[in-house]
Design a protein around this ligand. Structure first.
Ligand SMILES: NC(=O)c1ccc[n+]([C@@H]2O[C@H](COP(=O)([O-])OP(=O)(O)OC[C@H]3O[C@@H](n4cnc5c(N)ncnc54)[C@H](O)[C@@H]3O)[C@@H](O)[C@H]2O)c1
Length: 371
């Protein structure tokens, strides 16, 4: 059996690409990043220099010609995920696609089908399935600690994304629900052992960032599962003070809470400030919550290690394209619920939707200019 480190190519050179490179750096023997592809050659060059990545390409299809690459991670804007996945699969590479899986359910279906036909694995990059604190909560739940679980909540909130394309719904597909709610939906679904989602209610609005986006900057989404359990998914691009990511689990016999970042931080006061506290924190002066081992706390190295081991046949995929498609269907239902002001029953697969947010706002007109 082949046993050498899985050779990895990364598409993109921004925030998520950096996280992927950091994660793989912690996996000697399991995986090794050998190339990066990004139209931003300067940024890609810096990423390569930081992590000792030997090859830099301006176009991902050039990188895909590298025979030694076995696994490609897609860390590019949402609207590019589908085509890039097809390109990787047709080049015979296994694929790790960042969240959300795609802009449309048709794309998601094609991604899954083409990967299957090409005999490559399609992994959905949902790191919360690997976040140590959340994994511990699930282990306890699976051991019966809380009895029958009737409600799970996940929320992720901050003051908005770091890059322009997120604000442009043409490239992102939607706002806070699309960007962050995909984590919460995936989390509730995974935590409840993939019970089918039968209904979605959602409320959303654009409260503070109407000057720069047509996307929602705050959303509350309620998922009804076939098991009778309820998932609550709260997201915001309007919450000040840096990143907040937490869960609550309620069962007939118990409860647990986990705060991924502030709960693993050093409550700190500084008059002068210091280098870095946590993702998206605007300042380190005054009170702050500097987190340690941030990437590990999120589960990124654990996630990438698992994907690399799946490529070697040592583990069975725990986060797949099918998971990503189910999340996308719930996102569709969330936007439609907010648009119609009522609960949406699943299955919910309207055809011809261009971007999930259109189910809330209606077709938002002429394409926005890039960036
Ligand atoms: N799992 C997570 O928690 C998490 C966190 C952040 C971002 N993401 C996801 O990762 C993806 C990228 O987000 P980001 O925050 O890194 O954005 P970013 O803007 O920081 O980086 C995007 C990168 O894609 C590159 N790019 C643009 N067009 C490209 C093309 N045609 N070919 C190759 N590269 C191209 C850009 O040059 C840039 O380097 C998004 O889908 C986002 O949702 C996931």
């Amino acid at each position: 059996m082949t046993n050498h480190a899985v050779k990895v190519g990364i598409i993109g050179s921004g925030f998520a690409a950096d996280v992927h490179a950091t994660a793989f750096q912690d996996l000697p023997g399991e995986a090794e990043v050998v190339a990066v592809a990004s139209p931003d050659r300067l940024q890609a060059g810096h990423l390569a220099a930081r992590y000792g990545i030997p090859k830099v390409y301006g176009e991902h299809r050039q990188m895909l010609r590298e025979a030694e690459i076995e696994l490609v991670t897609i860390a590019a804007p949402n609207f590019l995920h589908a085509q890039m996945t097809l390109d990787c699969a047709r080049a015979g590479k296994h694929v790790v696609c960042e969240k959300p899986l795609a802009m449309t359910l048709e794309e998601a279906g094609e991604m899954i089908d083409v990967c299957r036909r090409q005999g490559v694995l399609l992994f959905y990059a949902e790191e919360l399935f690997f976040a140590p604190k959340y994994v511990k909560a699930k282990e306890m739940a699976d051991q019966g600690a809380f009895g029958k679980i009737y409600q799970v909540k996940q929320s992720e909130k901050h003051f908005g994304p770091h890059a322009d394309w997120f604000w442009n719904v043409e490239q992102s597909g939607g706002g806070a629900l699309m960007d962050l709610g995909c984590h919460g939906i995936a989390f509730c679904y995974w935590f409840l052992n993939r019970a089918p989602i039968r209904g979605v209610y959602c409320q959303m609005g654009t409260h503070v960032h109407g000057d720069k986006t047509r996307g929602e900057d705050n959303s509350i989404c309620i998922l009804e599962f076939e098991s009778g359990a309820v998932g609550v998914v709260e997201n915001s691009w309007a919450r000040r003070g840096g990143m907040d990511d937490r869960i609550e689990v309620y069962g007939e016999s118990g409860v647990t809470y986990a705060d991924l970042l502030m709960g693993n931080a050093l409550p700190t006061y500084s008059e002068h400030g210091f280098g870095y506290a946590v993702e998206k924190a605007p300042t380190t002066k005054g009170w702050s919550w500097p987190v340690y081992e941030e990437i590990w706390n999120y589960g990124f190295p654990q996630e990438m290690r698992h994907f690399a081991r799946c490529v070697r046949g040592k583990e069975t995929p725990a986060s797949t394209g099918e998971d990503g498609r189910i999340v996308l269907e719930a996102l569709y239902a969330g936007y439609a619920s907010a648009g119609q002001g009522k609960k949406i029953a699943l299955p919910f697969r309207p055809a011809g939707v261009r971007r999930p947010i259109d189910l809330w706002r209606g077709e938002t007109g002429a394409p926005e200019s890039a960036g």
